[in-house]
Design a protein around this ligand. Sequence first.
Ligand code: NAD
Length: 367
Amino acid sequence: MRVKSEDEEKFMNKKIAVLAGDGIGPEIVPAAVAVLEAVGKRGGHAFEFVHAAVGGQAIDDTGWPLPDDTLQLAKTSDAVLLGAVGGPKWEGLDYERRPERALLGLREQLGLFANLRPAKLYSELADASTLKREVIEGIDVLVVRELTGGIYFGKPKGVEATPTGHRGFNTEVYTTEEITRIAKIAFDVARKRRRLVTSVDKANVLESSELWRKVVIEVHKDYQDVELRHMYVDNCAMQLIRNPGQFDVILTTNLFGDILSDEAAMLTGSIGMLPSASVGASVGMYEPIHGSAPDIAGKDAANPIGMIASGAMMLRYSFGMSEEADLIENAIQAVLGQGCRTGDIAAPGTTLVGTKEMSDRILQSIG
Ligand code: NAD
């Protein structure tokens, strides 16, 4: 995916595939759609939302978690907005027919090789973090994780018998092309942020990391307006806890990114707050980091903020609409500032609200 520049923004027509999915998905997705509609109108853009079934809902309708119609819609849209999939009802199905297979299918078919996970702390929630306020105040980190290569996919892999037991093995492998394309994504998104990329590797031990570092340095030659730093993964894991404010964009491999993005996310407190983006070829997919939360589904108890913030990421990274994305993020901040909290982020002295009211207030705050 090419991240769009501000100049290309102006007035746009965009088709958005809306896949609400299961559990709390159908409760939080309409909130994000309403917010996108409102900011679109304000900016003079025309967004067309086309809904389709995915996950358990699609299994009930068609027998498959990712029906052809849904996949075709995703491929022919400008971006995909996804709620969540899965739930106890479908847990007994064969692996191939499980709701979660839809996510893998979409990633594969849309060529989504980069996962962007921001960990931004809204200062109103600083006390919900396990770290001290002075350490986490103001953090705004974006982890750019390579999603389709590295040790999770490298070959050879397997478990084989030995004379004394077994031997399990996997292969960490990256090519120049894979590193180049993910590095470009990281530098492009850094240009929309504070222009600092920290590339995280283990180049002191791993040959694949040595290549990673070499290629990232090469790609950086075309991005001299962005600062590049390198850090070993063990140090990065420590620095995220010690001084997370030093990071803007963290660029890393599939394995390291899997771990570091969870670590970064937890700095900010609730799982209900965080959005994510998967990007690659031309169509990006935007979804909250949480699942379908069947335990609270249908109870008007879900926090819609991660979902709404996923819409903001869509505007920023797929459509190049930074101002509109800021509008959404500022509206979220404003409503938190009013003391409104869903159950997952409630604290003494704040007002407990449901999904619907939280969504309405954010919408009103956009005006
Ligand atoms: P989960 O993220 O759905 O829920 C974990 C806990 O966090 C639950 O207590 C839940 O109530 C809470 N929670 C999650 N989102 C919340 C929100 N927006 N507001 C308030 N509280 C929230 O994870 P799980 O329970 O392990 O998985 C439930 C189902 O979701 C499973 O079927 C799983 O496979 C699926 N899942 C889907 C995705 C996805 O669609 N991307 C991701 C993870 C899990």
